[in-house]
Design a protein around this ligand. Structure first.
Ligand code: CUA
Length: 163
């Protein structure tokens, strides 16, 4: 018996091994393209908060975007039945905006239309993402998780304005 015989792989099996390996490579490339070229971020829970206290703790922060550096802002949003606080946000064009979103009652969702910001909003957790707004315009945000009678009225708008 030669070593060639002991290593014999059925042609079909060999084909599927190669296809499997190719699929793994394609997936790995897709992850890198999504993460580094397209800027897709995994909406990992940013921090934990007490849903009973967060409305009070964030009362000042939800009034208006907070400028943390030139061109950089933080936006705090509270989701509750059935509204977003605030329901209108204004930032100057060119801003890099980090969103911090939490809920105080039920599970809600937050989708900023026309962007890749689309997260679950869960009481006790803060969902966070950073986006840059290079063109002026209006972006609606809506609740994407059914949360009760007036779910469909949960909306607001982000206005990117020319200073
Ligand atoms: Cu909140 Cu649907």
């Amino acid at each position: 018996m030669t070593s060639k015989e002991t290593l014999h792989i059925d042609p079909y099996e060999k084909t599927w091994i190669l296809i499997t390996a190719a699929v793994l490579v394609i997936f790995a490339v897709a992850v890198f393209v999504a993460g580094f070229a397209m800027g897709i971020q995994v909406p990992a829970p940013q921090q934990r908060v007490d849903p009973q206290l967060v409305a009070t703790e964030w009362a000042d922060r939800t009034v208006a975007p907070r400028q943390i550096a030139p061109g950089k802002y933080e936006v705090y949003i509270i989701a509750r039945a059935w509204m977003f606080i605030p329901n209108e946000i204004r930032v100057p064009v060119g801003s890099e905006v980090t969103f911090y979103i939490t809920a105080i009652d039920y599970q809600h969702g937050f989708l900023l239309e026309g962007t890749n910001l689309n997260v679950q909003v869960i009481p006790g957790h803060v969902s966070s993402m950073t986006l840059t707004f290079d063109t002026p315009g209006e972006f609606s945000y809506i609740c994407t998780e059914y949360c009760g009678t007036a779910h469909m009225t949960m909306a607001g708008k982000l206005i990117v304005e020319t200073p």
